[in-house]
Design a protein around this ligand. Structure first.
Ligand code: MN
Length: 191
């Protein structure tokens, strides 16, 4: 199987000013592409040569896991946004967030705090278990909740490459802004 990155569902300048065109071009066009190119080389003549991406993420380690995890993570990340996004989740996801965190604002606060406190490169995830219970998961590097048997719903990339051009060292400011571009139709459907 040849691994590919997801098609970007918006123009590279669509997320401005929250994420600049330059950051999208580098992050999607260079970083994400590099993970895809690396994985396609790494799986040649391994048991993962014909596996689907989710299987590779769940069953690999080392360099194959790092690149497969990052493809999976970035495919999810880049499809979570849209021009003029924001607002609040709808339907069952909104209900689950309110039940578990008290309100959408309290959830955002907790999620932002978790993302801000990831040490070094990584991700903060909203995930659900088989019963629909939500959790906020902090992961290092290419980590993803699917390796713990959870389903990822929303992930914010806290690697410096995702925000440094636009926010320099102000990761917390970047995370606060991201809520303005979430495509809640897509994200709510993952619940
Ligand atoms: Mn990234």
């Amino acid at each position: 199987m040849k691994f590919e990155k997801v098609a970007l569902p918006y123009a590279t300048d669509a997320l401005e000013p929250v994420i600049s065109k330059q950051t999208v071009e580098l992050h999607y066009g260079k970083h994400h592409q590099a993970y895809v190119d690396n994985l396609n080389k790494l799986v040649v003549d391994t048991k993962f040569a014909d596996a689907d991406l989710e299987t590779v993420v769940k069953e690999s380690d080392g360099a194959i896991f790092n690149n497969a995890g990052q493809i999976y993570n970035h495919n999810l990340y880049f499809t979570s946004f849209k021009k003029g996004g924001g607002g609040e989740p709808q339907g069952a996801l909104a209900e689950a967030i309110n039940n578990q965190y008290g309100s959408f604002d309290k959830f955002k606060e907790e999620f932002n705090a978790a993302g801000t406190s990831v040490f070094g490169s990584g991700w903060v995830w909203l995930a659900k278990d088989a019963s629909g219970k939500l959790s906020i998961e902090k992961e290092s590097n290419a980590g993803n909740p699917i390796t713990k048997g959870l389903t990822p719903i929303l992930g914010f990339d806290v690697w410096e490459h995702s925000y440094y051009l636009d926010y320099q060292n102000r990761r917390a400011d970047h995370l606060k802004e991201l809520w303005k571009i979430i495509d809640w139709d897509v994200v709510s459907a993952r619940y």
